[in-house]
Design a protein around this ligand. Structure first.
Ligand code: ADP
Ligand code: ZN
Length: 652
C-alpha cells in the first residue's frame, strides 16, 4: 500500500535493537527478578499510566497466566493494553513472541511505531516490506527477540509463516496469539473477512499456546459466532460496559443533509477533526467538495480511490490537526486517533453494530464528542431494498432485516438513545442526560389516526385503479389536493379524499416513514417506488397498533457553541482549564511534538496525547522528577523526551 520501504525500517530498527538489550530474556527457570515484571509495573513503567481501566487488570492477569480470553469492549475502551501487557510480561518471563493477527495492514506501521516510542520491541510482517526487511524481521522473530509481531491473517496461513511458528513453538518461544478485530470471523459482523476463518489453525496446530480474541462488536449472535468459529468455548469471556458516556448521540430528520451537516460543523466543531460517513463513493466526493468549498479542511476516502492516495489521506487525517474525513465505511477500522471530536452519518448504516462501531471512533481521549446522524425516509427505503435485492439466502436476509429494524426504532425513538443502544448490547441503563432526546425531549403525537387514513387511501386507490402509486400522490389525495394527476385518475372521488387535510405534509411523511420502518408498509423499488400494503398493514388499519411519532421539528433547537474559539481555531478540550501561561506552554509543547512526530513519521498523538501535554503544561516542570507520574509518560519517553520537554517549558 505504502510506496517504498516503511519509513521506520531504518530509524526505529536501531531502537528495536537497543530495546532488546535493555530487556534481557530471563530463562524460565531463573528466579523471578525485582517484581518489575508484573502487569502493574509494566503499565506504569512502559505506558506511563497509573491504573488499569475497567476489566483490563482481570484480563491481563488471566492471559499472563496462560488463559484464553474473549474480550468485548467498546471502541476506545482500551483493548490494546489487554494483549500488549501480557505480551511484554510473557516475553520477560522467557516465553518469547506474541503474534498479533490484525486485518489492518495500513495501520501496522503506526501501531508498531507507537510501541517503539514506548520502548517495546515490535515489528510487522506485511506486503509493504521488501524482501530484505522481511528477512530481517523473520530472523529476529525466530531468535525470539520480538515481543509483538503484527501480521495479517492471510500471512498467518502461509506455509512459510506456519513453519516459522512451528520452530518457535518447538523452542517454547511462542508466547501468545492475539486476534484483534475478532468479529471479522463472523458473517453477522459487518467486516467479514474469509481469511479469518482459517485462524482455527492457531488452535489446532498450536494447542496450549494461549489466545486472546478482541472485538468492539458484540451482539449476542456475533459473539456466539466468534466463539464457535475460533473455538473459544473454553475461553473466559470478558464483557465490558459498552457505554461511552462522553459521546453525545443526536439523530436529526434529514432534509437537506449536506446543508444540515455544514451547519452542524460550523456551529459546533469548527477546526475539529471529524469523520463523515456516506453510503456511496459519489456522495463522498460530492460532500467532501461541498465542505472544502465552505472552507473546511475535508478529504475524501473510499475504496474507489487509488491505494496510494487513500493511504495519503489517511496519513494526513492521523498526522495533521483538524481534518474532516468524508468516507465510506471502508475507512476507520483500527483508527486510534484519540481526538476525533465528531462522527457524522449522512446516510444510515445497516445496523446498530455498524453505527456503534463507527460513532465509537469519536472521543477516545474521553473528552466530549458528538455522534450525529441525519436520517430520512429514503434511508429506510434504500436499506430495505439493499436487503431485498441481495443475493443472500432468505435466512440471512431475515437476520439482516431484524438488525435493520433495531436501528430504525433507535432512529424513530423519542426516549433516551443511549438506553436503547446499550439495551441492544444487553445492558440495562437509565436515561443518560447526554443525547438529543434527553436534552430536548421531543414532542410526541399520536399518529394512529393519520396512519389508518394513509393506509386506507392506499388500499382504496389500488382497488379503484388496479395499480399502486407513490407517496406524494397518496398524500395529495389525503390532503385534498386536486392536482392534475389526481384528476387524471379520478382520485378526487376516493372516499378518503381530503379527510387528512388537518395533517401537515411533514407529519404525514413522518407517519409514512414509521410505517415503512416498522414494516407496516413497503416500497416497491422495481415499480417506481410505489407504496404497497403488507401483512403488517392490517393490524394498523384495524386500530390494533398504536403509532406514536416524534413531532417533526423544523429546525432543531440551536445549541450554543460549546466552547470559545481562539483565533487559532478550537483549543483542545484537554487544555481548556489552563491559565494563560499554561496555554502558552501547551501551544509550544504541541509545536515541539509536531516536529518530533514528523521526524519519526508518526502521528503526533503517538508521541504524547493532548491530555499528557496539558498535564505537563499545567505542572510547569523544572526538573525530570517533576515529570514523574504524569499520565502517558513511561520511562522510555521520559528518557527520550524529558530534557526537551523541560527546555520547551523553560522558555516560559
Ligand atoms: P480500543 O482498542 O479498545 O479501541 P485503545 O486500546 O486504542 O482502545 O485505547 C484507547 C485509549 O485509551 C488509548 O489512547 C489508550 O492509550 C488509552 N488507555 C487505555 N488504557 C488506559 C489506562 N489504563 N489508563 C490510561 N489510558 C488508557
Ligand atoms: Zn439519553
Amino acid at each position: 500500500m505504502r510506496a517504498g520501504p516503511p519509513p521506520h525500517a531504518g530509524g526505529p530498527a536501531l531502537i528495536q535493537r537497543r530495546t532488546v538489550s535493555a530487556l534481557p530474556l530471563a530463562s524460565p527457570d531463573s528466579a523471578p527478578s525485582s517484581g518489575a515484571d508484573d502487569p502493574q509495573s509494566i503499565l506504569h513503567e512502559i505506558f506511563g499510566y497509573a491504573q488499569f481501566r475497567g476489566p483490563q487488570q482481570a484480563i491481563v492477569d488471566h492471559v499472563v497466566a496462560g488463559g484464553d480470553a474473549l474480550v468485548l469492549m467498546p471502541t476506545g475502551g482500551g483493548k490494546s493494553l489487554c494483549y500488549q501487557i501480557p505480551a511484554i510480561a510473557r516475553q520477560r518471563a522467557g516465553h518469547g513472541v506474541t503474534v498479533v493477527v490484525s486485518p489492518l495492514i495500513a495501520l501496522m506501521h503506526d501501531q508498531v511505531g507507537a510501541l517503539h516510542e514506548a520502548g517495546v520491541d515490535a515489528a510487522f510482517l506485511n506486503s509493504t516490506l521488501d524482501w530484505e526487511q522481511t528477512q530481517d524481521v523473520e530472523r529476529r522473530m525466530l531468535r525470539g527477540e520480538i515481543t509483538l509481531l503484527y501480521a495479517a491473517p492471510e500471512r498467518v496461513n502461509t506455509p512459510r509463516f506456519l513453519s516459522q511458528l512451528d520452530s518457535l513453538r518447538e523452542r517454547g518461544k511462542l508466547a501468545l496469539f492475539a486476534i484483534d478485530e475478532a468479529h471479522c470471523v463472523s458473517q453477522w459482523g459487518h467486516d467479514f473477512r474469509p481469511e479469518y476463518r482459517a485462524l482455527t489453525v492457531l488452535h489446532e496446530r498450536y494447542a496450549g499456546v494461549p489466545r486472546i480474541a478482541l472485538t468492539a462488536t458484540a451482539d449476542a449472535l456475533t459473539r456466539a459466532d466468534i466463539v464457535e468459529r475460533l473455538q473459544l468455548e473454553e475461553a473466559r469471556q470478558f464483557v465490558s460496559s459498552f457505554d461511552r458516556p462522553n459521546i453525545r448521540y443526536t439523530i436529526v430528520e434529514k432534509k437537506e443533509a449536506t446543508t444540515q451537516l455544514l451547519r452542524f460543523i460550523e456551529r459546533e466543531h469548527e477546526g475539529d477533526a471529524g469523520v463523515v460517513y456516506c453510503q456511496s463513493r459519489k456522495r463522498v466526493e460530492d460532500v467532501a467538495q461541498t465542505l472544502v468549498d465552505a472552507g473546511i479542511n475535508a478529504l475524501p476516502y473510499h475504496a474507489g480511490l487509488d491505494a496510494a492516495l487513500r493511504q495519503k489521506h489517511q496519513d494526513r487525517f492521523l498526522r495533521d490537526e483538524g481534518i474532516v474525513m468524508v468516507a465510506t465505511i471502508a475507512f476507520g477500522m483500527g483508527i486510534d486517533k484519540p481526538d476525533v471530536r465528531f462522527v457524522a452519518h449522512l446516510d444510515m448504516p445497516k445496523n446498530i453494530e455498524g453505527y456503534y462501531q463507527e460513532t465509537g471512533r469519536a472521543g477516545r481521549d474521553g473528552a466530549s464528542a458528538d455522534a450525529w446522524m441525519a436520517y430520512g425516509l429514503q434511508d429506510v427505503v434504500n436499506q430495505r431494498r439493499m436487503i431485498d435485492e441481495s443475493p443472500a439466502g432468505e435466512e440471512f436476509k431475515q437476520v439482516m432485516r431484524g438488525k435493520l429494524d433495531a436501528l430504525l426504532s433507535l432512529a424513530e425513538a423519542s426516549d433516551c438513545r443511549r438506553v436503547r443502544l446499550l439495551g441492544y448490547f444487553g445492558e440495562k441503563s437509565t436515561p443518560c442526560g447526554n443525547c438529543d432526546n434527553c436534552i430536548t425531549p421531543p414532542q410526541v403525537w399520536d399518529g394512529t389516526d393519520a396512519a389508518r387514513k394513509l393506509l386506507s387511501t392506499i388500499y382504496r386507490v389500488q382497488q379503484q385503479s388496479g395499480i399502486s402509486f407513490g407517496a406524494g400522490h397518496i398524500m395529495d389525495i389525503l390532503r385534498g389536493k386536486a392536482t392534475e394527476k389526481v384528476k387524471q385518475f379520478g382520485h378526487e372521488r376516493v372516499s378518503t379524499f381530503g379527510i387528512g387535510d388537518d395533517f401537515s405534509e411533514a407529519q404525514l411523511r413522518g407517519v409514512l416513514r414509521q410505517l415503512i420502518a416498522t414494516g407496516a408498509l413497503s416500497v416497491d423499488a422495481q415499480a417506481y417506488n410505489t407504496l404497497q400494503l403488507t401483512d403488517g398493514s392490517r393490524a394498523v388499519l384495524k386500530g390494533e397498533v398504536q403509532v406514536m411519532l416524534r413531532e417533526s421539528i423544523s429546525s432543531p433547537a440551536e445549541r450554543k457553541s460549546r466552547r470559545e474559539k481562539s483565533a487559532r481555531g478550537a483549543p483542545s478540550p484537554a487544555a481548556a482549564t489552563l491559565d494563560a501561561a499554561g496555554q502558552a506552554r501547551f501551544t509550544a509543547l504541541k509545536a515541539w511534538r509536531g516536529e518530533v512526530a514528523k521526524e519519526h513519521n508518526l502521528p503526533a498523538y503517538v508521541i504524547f496525547h493532548d491530555a499528557t501535554l496539558a498535564a505537563i503544561a499545567e505542572r510547569a516542570p523544572a526538573t525530570l522528577e517533576d515529570l514523574q507520574g504524569i499520565s502517558g509518560i513511561g520511562s522510555k519517553k521520559l528518557e527520550a523526551y524529558g530534557t526537551d520537554v523541560l527546555r520547551v517549558c523553560a522558555a516560559f
